[in-house]
Design a protein around this ligand. Structure first.
Ligand SMILES: [Zn+2]
Length: 397
């Protein structure tokens, strides 16, 4: 994703605002329809049915008819995609929710060549074609990557417009060296490779985290609706965006590097959503390890490895294997003995039988690389969300 500052003329800005309003309206309509849906009922209307409803709505409402059908259809398609991401167990995306005016403003255009085009006007200015608005100028801050297929126009809370071009990355050629790598996705260390490398997702620096805490306290004191509050909120949002950018950048670089170096990439088949789902439980069945898990949730979401695996799948199609993670962290990668006591601590593995010792995450990654799954004595425990290693979760609290 490469983002550029968009510079619409006042007339164009009015068109863009309409596009945003239409996209938000249809998205929220779809959210509303799906909110009626309950398990056991017939399914909520899908994309095709919604498109028919869109045709109807356009016939009835002058306001919608005036707008771009491309924008409106795409909003529904985006919603359908967000719904399937929500149901995909490998994807940590949450349920699509309401879009608020002034907060989540944006629309997407696909179909380059038919619906849109991009060109460079001068050294520092580019132009992108937006339906009904025409050529809109943007700041050419770096080259637009070749092969972009769609873009998204957004307006932030400060009223600034941006355009972000999206490209589906071309698959990276396998090196052909027959090498296999295992990746253990942890929390303390974002990813451990079977080669012994430990990768960390860059987050905010200590100074930035301090600043965010200070801003959050300031926000709590600021009066609702005041200018000061808006300014502080904006500053917090900017820090959040910086953190996200770093995480995305890391996932891009790391996935490209791995796809280039190894023929086969094995990762844990961890259900991200299961792990990040609330551990609170119900009154009848209160969840276990509620406190430790609350902290773990944040760390997992911050670690961005759901994104890493998705990008690996894009860049190394057919070369990524998901391995069931049961006992990968209790099994000795040297002799195969499984013993919870071998896991000395969160960080250290020392086999109780053969004495092999190394970083615990690397040991797990080596088991994953070897493709070892369930081999524990006493059979297979139910690998529910929390009980991968309950005792370790407690220690990490
Ligand atoms: Zn051993």
């Amino acid at each position: 994703m490469s983002r550029y500052r968009l510079l619409p003329s006042p007339a164009q800005e009015a068109v863009l605002r309409d596009h945003c309003a239409h996209a938000r309206y249809l998205w929220n309509l779809a959210v509303e329809q799906h909110s009626y849906w309950r398990v056991g009922r017939t399914s909520a209307p899908g994309y095709l049915e919604q498109c028919q409803q869109l045709t109807q709505a356009r016939a009835e409402h002058e306001w919608l008819r005036q707008g771009s059908q491309t924008v409106q259809q795409q909003a529904l398609r985006d919603f359908a995609r967000a719904m399937s991401a929500f149901f995909d167990p490998a994807n940590p995306a949450g349920r699509p929710s309401w879009r608020k005016a002034g907060r989540d403003e944006g629309f997407r255009i696909v179909g380059r060549g038919r619906q849109w085009e991009v060109r460079r006007l001068s050294r520092k200015v580019g132009q992108v074609w937006v339906p009904k608005a025409g050529w809109v100028r943007f700041r050419w801050s770096r080259a637009v990557p070749p092969g972009v297929k769609s873009y998204r126009v957004t307006m932030d809370r400060a009223g600034r417009w941006h355009v972000a071009f999206a490209a589906i990355p071309d698959p990276v050629l396998a090196p052909g060296n027959g090498e296999v790598v295992g990746i253990d996705r942890g929390v303390a260390v974002s990813a451990a490779l079977s080669t012994g490398e430990l990768l960390r997702v860059p987050g905010l620096a200590a100074r930035e985290r301090t600043r965010r805490r200070r801003l959050e306290r300031k926000l709590a004191r600021a009066k609702r609706g005041s200018n000061r509050r808006a300014r502080v909120k904006h500053a917090i949002a900017r820090l959040g965006a910086r953190e996200t950018d770093r995480r995305k950048d890391w996932a891009e670089k790391t996935s490209t590097g791995l796809a280039r170096r190894f023929d086969l990439i094995r990762v844990e088949d961890l259900n991200v959503k299961g792990m990040t789902r609330s551990a609170r439980g119900t009154v009848q069945a209160p969840g276990r390890n509620v406190r430790p898990k609350a902290g773990l949730n944040r760390a997992i979401l911050a670690s961005g490895w759901g994104l890493l695996v998705r990008r690996l799948g894009d860049k190394a199609p057919g070369r990524v294997e998901k391995i069931r993670p049961a006992f990968t962290s209790q099994r000795c990668s040297a002799c195969g003995h499984v013993d919870a006591k071998s896991r000395e601590s969160q960080a250290r593995f020392a086999c109780t039988v053969c004495g092999f010792a190394c970083n615990a995450d690397v040991n797990a990654a080596q088991n994953i690389a070897a493709g070892h799954a369930v081999t524990a004595r006493g059979g297979f425990r139910d690998a529910g969300p929390v009980n991968r290693e309950p005792q370790l979760l407690l220690q990490s609290a």
